[in-house]
Ligand binder design. Structure first.
Ligand code: ZN
Length: 109
């Protein structure tokens, strides 16, 4: 479903992009946390020893729980700041496929 491209004022477009930058930092930070937890789990599994005094089971469950939370945050939060359409799998979409909002600031590539 592709709607007609909506035109936003320059102020609104800038505000939307600022919101999206914040959301992107949050989403990317979440990804880093999940990857770190997964690495800790793998290290605990590979060495068969406790890591920071905690067993593999703890790190494995933590990584799994964080991954699930990350996916939920992605589904809920990774949306066009103007029309709330889903933005898809990339962290750097060029346009919203639904309302046509340009999602990268001029000069950003
Ligand atoms: Zn949109």
């Amino acid at each position: 479903m592709h709607r007609t491209v909506t035109s936003y004022s320059a102020e609104d477009a800038t505000r939307f992009r600022t919101n999206l930058d914040r959301q992107r930092a949050f989403q990317f930070g979440g990804l880093v946390v999940v990857v770190c937890a997964a690495i800790l789990a793998l290290v605990a599994r590979a060495t068969g020893s406790e890591l920071l005094g905690l067993p593999f089971l703890f790190w494995g469950l933590l990584a799994a729980a964080l991954l699930i939370a990350k996916i939920l945050f992605l589904l809920i939060g990774w949306r066009c700041p103007a029309c709330r359409a889903r933005l898809g799998p990339t962290y750097t979409p060029r346009f919203c496929s639904d309302c046509g909002l340009e999602l990268r600031s001029p000069g950003q590539d």
